[in-house]
Design a protein around this ligand. Sequence first.
Ligand code: PMV
Length: 306
Amino acid sequence: MRAATASAPGKIILFGEHFVVHGNPAIASAINLRASVEVVEAEGGVISLEGFIGDNPASSAASYLVKKLGYNRGLRLRISSQIPQSVGLGSSAAIAVASAAATLQLIGRKLDHRLLLEAAHEGEKVAHYTPSGIDTSIAVFGGAGVYTRSEGYKKIDMGLEELLVINTGRPRRTGDLVRKVREFGENNPGKFGEILDEAAGIVDEALRALREPDLEIIGRLMNRNQELLRMVGVSSEEIEEVIGECLRLGACGAKLTGAGGGGCVIAVADRDQMDKISRKLCERCQVMRVGLMAEGVRIEPRPGSP
Ligand code: PMV
């Protein structure tokens, strides 16, 4: 039976989540945690995923390609992932992109980025309400960059190489939070407009600070971005507690990353403070020191292949 494996990175959003859904820019980076999907040719026309029932990003992305490219065999998929699920680290996008890449490889097509994004977007719809496309772009291209819905993903140079990711341990559904922000915007159009303008200004300033990197400015901007996210209703008690603790222990700044409502917090600090924060917070949360600007999607060698 023919088979192929591909992997893609998770991501963190440094600035601008949610506002990106409404046309604003956001800055995100691929992280050094990856999801792999193995795709094996199977009898019949069925696409199945080991240990998983119902709609999911991996099989939706593969089904989209199979239909589009007129492939008439079945596929058996298997996922292995280092990315915690449903906590804002782009796990579903990484799985959808890896699945699409492995499927293309198995079918004998080259890794066309446009096709990967298209297929992964279908996969993402399972977990999201109206995905902006930022997660799938990062999973495909890797590195760090600015994303807007109108212009897509543009890579940037970033001097910031690592930060802390703290998992509050509370999973949530991205779609519910995206819907909540949309409702806030509909009910408070004037206020929402002001928030979007300020969030766009933060992204502009952050681009310079990230290049340097100037941890103090990055931290200050993260704190302000967090206030805006709080205003639109996507923070939570757990998030605020973790952020408060990070700041007390010497972080320059901290904010939620991804959809919020639980999920992960990111914090920037110099190396010594990072150690201190990790030691303290790991008593009650999962704390990861995460490398940024990781490689985008790639085909993995098969066991036994040269
Ligand atoms: O929580 P995540 O990793 O699914 O992040 C979603 C980011 C949002 O801006 C909230 C939604 C989107 O599609 O851009």
